[in-house]
Design a protein around this ligand. Structure first.
Ligand code: ATP
Ligand code: MG
Length: 260
């Protein structure tokens, strides 16, 4: 990152973003979405099935490329980036949590959490230390050598969250993270998100449930690939941002600590 550049005012800036699929017919999955996501904010995304929530999250999470429009992540215009840089930005800045966990079935819990650090070139010893620390905070210390199919849904999602945090990202994106969990396990996962938000993470979470969305500071309502409304849930107090519009890295460095 260029240290002389002006600090990014938002964690994510989306401008007239579109994603069009053509399989027989043309579907405007995301149809001209503009949205600013402040640093340290907690945003929920709601909307009917097929309204483009997952597509939008995948674009923001750099898992997919838009058809048109502009996207910046922590001030970096994604379009201008070479593939390699984009992959690096995703690996370093973004943690993604999926409804279906998406753990590697052949790897152990420890293997799943250390893998993204390996991609970022973190030394083996440090990978292990960080993974063990994160998993301890997730209450998973006695499952380090289990495979995903030997875990409950809630345990799998906790591993997936540990994995998402492994490279100490600034941004946590979650697509229906409680969708496959019973309400009590879902509640535990939501509590983790609330704690991570308190710690300074920027969080965006897709959900079908109003009750879940209300844990956020605002709800983005989508329909037919567009934002219908942005509903503020709390009084508009600016997030406690460290100078430069960026969270104090020391604050989020040991995010695992709040998860105890
Ligand atoms: N890879 C793809 N190829 C073609 N069409 C797609 C693809 N992914 C999504 N779509 C279409 O884009 C639209 C938006 O899909 P998306 O998955 O973003 O919806 P969603 O809001 O996440 O829905 P749900 O609540 O059911 O998860 C849908 O009409 C879907 O059929
Ligand atoms: Mg979806």
């Amino acid at each position: 990152m260029n240290p002389t550049s002006a600090p990014a005012p938002h964690a994510i800036e989306v401008e007239r973003l579109t994603k069009t699929y053509t399989i027989g017919t043309t579907v405007h999955a995301v149809d001209g979405v503009s949205l600013n996501v402040p640093h340290g904010s907690f945003t929920a995304v709601m909307g009917p099935s097929g309204s483009g929530k997952s597509t939008l999250m995948q674009l923001i999470g750099l898992l997919d490329a838009p058809t048109s429009g502009r996207l910046t992540v922590n001030g970096r215009d994604v379009e201008g980036l070479a593939d390699e840089e984009r992959t690096r930005l995703r690996g370093k800045e973004i943690g993604f949590v999926f409804q279906s966990f998406n753990l590697m079935p052949k790897l152990t819990v420890l293997g799943n959490v250390t893998l993204p650090m390996q991609f970022q070139g973190v030394a083996a010893r440090e990978r292990l230390r960080r993974a063990e620390e994160l998993l301890a905070r997730m209450g998973m210390s006695d499952r380090l050598h289990h495979k995903p199919n030997q875990l409950s849904g809630g345990e799998r999602q906790r591993v997936a969250i540990a994995r998402a945090l492994a490279n100490e990202p600034t941004l946590l994106l979650a697509d229906e993270p409680t969708g496959n969990l019973d309400s009590r396990t879902g509640e535990e996962v939501l509590r983790l998100f609330a704690e991570l938000h308190a710690q300074g993470y920027t969080i965006m979470l897709v959900t079908h449930e109003r009750r879940v969305a209300e844990r956020a500071e605002r709800i983005v309502h989508m329909e037919d690939g567009r934002i219908q409304e942005i509903e503020a849930l709390t009084a508009a107090t600016p997030p406690p941002v460290a100078h430069g519009g960026r969270r104090d890295p020391a604050n989020r460095r040991h995010a695992a600590e709040v998860l105890a």
